[in-house]
Design a protein. Structure first.
Length: 107
């Protein structure tokens, strides 16, 4: 996760207990990363401070998911987007880049 225009970045996650990873900015960006995260459902809180005179901080979130593929390299994966906000998102799967749109649920 990268916050451009941030003075610092704090990422808190909870599966059972809250764990925090923090980073001060280097240059114009603060970066927090974690590898080997066990599968599961997590609550996430993100906060930090913007640099002086910065009115907008761009937050870039990069995530990876392992999937099983068949002998031809084909796979199916369905992602539950109910917790994601509506909007346009850029995704990169195996070097293939696409833009997807998540639409709000009809009431």
């Amino acid at each position: 996760m990268e916050a451009e225009g941030a003075k610092n970045l704090n990422v808190r996650v909870k599966k059972v207990i809250w764990l925090t990873k923090s980073s001060d900015a280097s240059g114009n960006s603060a970066i927090v990363s974690q590898s080997n995260v066990p599968p599961g459902t997590y609550k996430i809180k993100i906060d930090g401070d913007a640099e002086k005179k910065v009115s907008k901080v761009d937050l870039n979130i990069t995530a990876f998911q392992q999937v099983k593929v068949d002998s031809n390299g084909g796979f199916n994966y369905f992602y539950d987007t109910t917790a994601a906000p509506a909007g346009n998102f850029k995704i990169d799967v195996g070097g293939i880049k696409k833009e997807i749109t998540i639409k709000p649920k009809k009431k």
